[in-house]
Design a protein around this ligand. Structure first.
Ligand code: 5GP
Ligand code: SF4
Ligand code: MG
Length: 458
């Protein structure tokens, strides 16, 4: 998912719309905006892309100087309008709207407790659990209510909350999701990715720190730590796949990090070939880096129809397979008779790779060598990235050689974990260079509960 917020700008809803537009790659299932005019909150949300949900007229019906917004990435079976954020709650003591990127891993447990105490839930979203915790806490100020709620939830979350008079921002104690603060004139904004700032003419101020709670109101910005035990475990897949190439996370540019992933991969793979090609759009940067280090020309061996969303989002395997076919086409003249090195960012189920290898061979490629700019993904992610169960992860149930055979490649190379950390360039900064590596190593940076649910199981 992606979150965006702004405090103190006359065009709050419109700026949020543009912000969400630049975060569209983080989720295509739904979008929403909530504004405050200082007295009340008003929101619009809907299923689909930002452009499907909003138009000029709808944005004009959202007056106010502050707003938050969300683009939703949902796994299978978790759809429905009721789960589209921001979630908006009205009450006599004041309203609040919440938007979150990530996953609360003890949400199920907390929900059970809350239901025993009489809470009734309208959605299957873990964000609603947080809203209940905030509202039910006996503290007087919204800040103390929020701190109390945050002390009870576990997991990965980049969270923004809007009341009539305040914008609050919180990042989990491990800082697992990217979140940063920017400025347009006197207005503060907050965004999952820095690419939003260029589009709206804002300047980047700083990243939000792990375990930080930030409150913005008409008096200014106040930041504090809500926990004593914060240490970074940033999601490594943000560098490998999720984020946009023009974003920076912790000062590291995503395109540059991906190019380095490709360079280290080329060094580790030592594969001979005639052309290097990437799979648009996500592995182009890695393929360019690979080609540069291997000294093999980079070519456009595959073209993407840009009017189709990311295939991974489609719920069923059958739809996913059809999706991939609709999305990519080989450039016959580039690959015919050649030994093609195909660089992709990751293998999850193996569906994409298998189709592409077949496509390249059908287009006349003599050999197809697959090089993946991340290590085998053997473990499910509990932190909001719905890469499904162990059984669905091809690298969890098959060896590299078996995967090579399944996808029909002449060779298959994955990047090593050490190579990945070296490429991202955070070497030496704390444990695992301050990165989460759980889907590769199985070493989860937080506790995992017996009833921890994958996002799609909710
Ligand atoms: P597969 O077909 O192996 O299940 O999917 C892997 C491909 O899907 C990669 O090319 C990657 O770019 C793309 N992809 C789409 N969504 C995701 C996601 O959420 N995680 C990962 N790792 N890859 C994804
Ligand atoms: Fe990111 Fe993988 Fe960690 Fe999930 S398990 S947060 S995808 S690095
Ligand atoms: Mg891809």
């Amino acid at each position: 998912c992606g979150v965006f917020g702004i405090w103190g700008h006359p065009d709050a809803a419109k700026i949020t719309y543009y912000g969400l537009h630049s975060l569209q790659h983080r989720g295509q299932e739904g979008a929403g905006i909530v504004v405050t005019d200082g007295h009340r909150l008003k929101g619009i949300r809907g299923e689909g892309l930002v452009n499907d949900v909003f138009n000029e007229k709808k944005l004009e019906s959202l007056p106010g100087k502050s707003a938050i917004g969300h683009v939703r990435y949902g796994g299978a079976g978790k759809g429905g309008l009721e789960n589209v954020q921001p979630l908006l709650f009205h009450s006599q003591s004041g309203s609040l709207a919440l938007a979150q990127n990530g996953n609360l891993i003890n949400a199920n447990d907390l929900k059970h407790q809350l239901e025993m105490q009489g809470s009734i839930f309208q959605t299957t979203s873990d964000t609603e659990v947080l809203a209940h915790l905030i509202k039910r806490s006996g503290y007087l100020t919204i800040k103390d209510k929020m701190k109390n709620a945050l002390s009870l939830v576990k997991g990965a979350y980049a969270l923004i909350l809007l009341t009539e008079t305040e914008l609050m921002i919180a990042l989990d104690p491990k800082g697992m999701r990217p979140l940063s603060i920017g400025r347009i004139g006197d207005a503060y904004c907050v965004s999952s990715e820095t690419c939003a700032y260029d589009l709206i003419g804002a300047e980047f101020v700083r990243d939000v720190e792990p375990g930080e709670l930030i409150i913005i109101n008409d008096k200014g910005l106040h930041a504090e730590q809500f926990t004593l035990s914060s240490s970074s475990a940033m999601c490594t897949m943000e560098y490998v796949y999720f984020s946009r190439p023009d974003s920076d996370i912790q000062g590291i540019n995503i395109h540059t990090a991906r190019k380095n992933l490709g360079k280290v991969l080329a060094r580790e793979a030592q594969i001979e070939g005639d052309v290097v090609t990437g799979v648009p759009d996500s592995s182009i940067s890695a393929a360019i880096g690979f080609a540069e280090t291997a000294g093999i020309p980079y070519e456009m061996g595959l073209i993407k129809n840009r009017y189709i969303g990311r295939t991974f989002i489609k719920p069923s395997q059958e739809l996913r397979e059809r999706g991939v076919k609709m999305k990519l086409s080989p450039v016959r003249k580039v690959v015919e008779g050649k030994r093609v090195i195909m660089v992709d960012d990751s293998i999850v189920r193996g569906t994409t790779c298998k189709r592409i290898v077949r496509m390249l061979k059908e287009a006349g490629a003599k050999e197809v060598h697959v090089c993946i700019s991340s290590p085998p993904m053997k473990n499910p992610c509990f932190y909001g990235i719905d890469t499904s169960t162990h059984e669905e992860l091809i690298a969890s149930v098959h060896s590299v050689e078996e995967i090579r055979e399944i996808i029909g490649a002449d060779s298959l190379t994955f990047l090593s974990v050490e190579g990945m950390l070296e490429a991202i360039g955070r070497k030496g900064y704390g444990k695992n260079c301050g990165q989460c590596l759980a889907c590769f190593t199985g070493e989860y940076p937080t506790e995992i509960y017996p009833d921890t649910l994958l996002p799609h199981e909710k």
